[in-house]
Write a protein that binds this ligand. Structure first.
Ligand code: UGA
Length: 439
């Protein structure tokens, strides 16, 4: 089929490449000329495993352009995969979505289905439909369908090719038939639902996962107080299939471009409708506090941070991505610098983005060894494999004062027995707690 995808971010580009791999003729359109230039050179503007290879293998089915007129004019299906960032009041900024809708209205010259993949507040598809129909320049039928995505950064290609489910939200049968055809070669359960239900499935799923993480983080905080071990607790919980064993990893809070934004957007939507969604409100509040957990822990060991050498391992919001949006590193590192500490950062792929976001003076290191050498404190903010597989004895050998504050529970506690390393993680007992405590 002839498909156009608007937006070449994580959602748009991955969707485009995956659709091309199933034999569709895909045009990806974006306003960003630099991005399109890169894509036309065969390079992906985002770091996403397997994406460049997929683009390369399906080059014959993929076209990249900034020329939206040629992209929308005769497309059978148009996916909207542009961003819906958070506004100051927590609501979703829909200006990019409407920008694309306007272009489609002006240029579509054949009957087509516009598929909204961007995460949009419930009821937005209805509004887009009226908007396009009002502004339509040609006498053609334009249908609107909601088709939320459930891909995670770092595993986006796999999540799309082997989706947990494909949700198709429609108000009549024709667009549903078209989307069934688009996804014919995708092996995944396909659900055809009301359009507003599809929009809600996306928010309800993301917010439930965020809630699960905040819940587990609160249990972890209590574990520290009462002497239980969160890893054992979540393992025990996970055997219950009604709970499941995923998304029970305690840490310094969720980040990324989705959970923080989507929890706030649903909360905003509830408030706007004179309603309250207290569980989500609590999840947001817990997460905001959790991000500062290591700063609080650091105060147990140092009265102040002036001239302290601090090693930071990992700055992205999770491993497998160079994305820093809402990453705990963005709030933690400036706090230590403000208090006079000298910070060294190691991250395998996130450094360039970090430099753009945090202009303060930071030393960037090419290896974990270099980052921790002579350090008074080490903060682990992202559970990269390089960190998880790092020989812990080296912390003792290389750090001036081997205190590790692990925000991602990368190691087993036993690994620190018989060492002179203080290992303080989330929701577990601290190993060698009193070795370096300042009185
Ligand atoms: C999330 C969802 O997982 C996807 O299903 C969804 O499609 C996507 O948002 C989206 O709306 O586009 P993503 O933000 O890429 O995907 O990353 P996740 O793997 O969900 O992680 C989000 C954050 O939660 C990370 O900071 C991670 O460290 C944290 N997390 C995750 C935990 O703290 N504990 C866990 O058990 C799992």
């Amino acid at each position: 089929m002839k498909i156009t995808v608007a937006g070449t971010g994580y959602v748009g580009l991955v969707t485009g490449a995956c659709l091309a791999s199933k034999g569709h003729q895909v045009t990806c359109v974006d306003v960003d000329e630099e991005k399109i230039k890169l894509l036309n050179q065969g390079k992906s503007p985002i770091y996403e495993p397997e994406l460049s290879e997929l683009m390369e293998q399906n080059r014959h089915n993929l076209r990249f352009t900034t020329d939206y007129v040629s992209a929308y004019r005769d497309a059978e299906v148009i996916f909207i995969g542009v961003g819906t960032p958070e506004k100051y009041d927590g609501s979703a900024n829909l200006s990019y979505v409407y920008g694309v809708a306007k272009q489609i209205a002006q240029t579509a010259e054949r009957d087509c289905v516009v598929v909204v993949k961007s995460t949009v507040p419930i009821g937005t598809n209805d509004k887009i439909e009226s908007y396009i129909h009002d502004k339509q320049a040609h006498n053609v039928k334009i249908y609107i369908a909601s088709n939320p995505e459930f891909l995670s950064q770092g595993t986006a290609v796999r999540d799309t090719l082997h989706a947990s489910r494909i949700v198709i939200g429609v108000t009549d049968s024709y667009p549903a038939e078209v989307l069934q055809k688009v996804y014919e070669k995708f092996e995944a359960p396909k659900l055809v639902v009301e359009r507003r239900s599809a929009e809600m499935i996306k928010y309800a799923s993301n917010d439930f996962l965020a809630l699960k993480i905040s819940y587990v983080n609160e249990i972890a905080n209590l574990c520290e107080i009462v002497g239980a071990d969160i890893e054992e607790v979540t393992e025990g919980m996970g055997f219950d299939q009604r709970i499941g064993n995923q998304f029970l990893k305690a840490g310094i809070g969720y980040g990324g471009s989705c959970f923080p934004k989507d929890t706030k957007a649903l909360n905003w939507l509830a408030n706007f409708n004179d309603n309250e969604i207290r569980t989500i409100k609590a999840a947001i509040e817990v997460n905001e506090n959790q991000k500062f957990k290591l700063v609080k822990k650091a105060k147990k060991y140092y009265n102040d941070f002036l001239f302290l050498n601090i090693a930071v391992l990992g700055c992205t919001f999770k491993p497998g991505t160079d994305d820093l949006r809402e990453a705990p590193s963005l709030v933690n590192v400036p706090l230590f610098i403000e208090d006079g500490a000298k910070v060294r950062v190691w991250d395998p792929v996130g450094v360039e983005n970090f430099k753009k976001r945090i202009p303060e003076k930071i030393e960037y290191c090419g290896s974990i060894e270099e980052a921790i050498a002579g350090a008074d404190l080490c903060l682990i903010l992202t559970e990269w494999d390089e960190v998880k597989n790092f020989e812990v004895k080296k912390f003792e050998k290389l750090m001036k004062c081997p205190i590790i504050l692990d925000g991602r529970n990368c190691y087993r506690l036993e690994q620190f027995e018989n060492t002179r390393i203080t290992y303080d993680s989330i929701g577990r007992k601290t190993v060698n707690a009193d070795l370096y405590t300042e009185k």
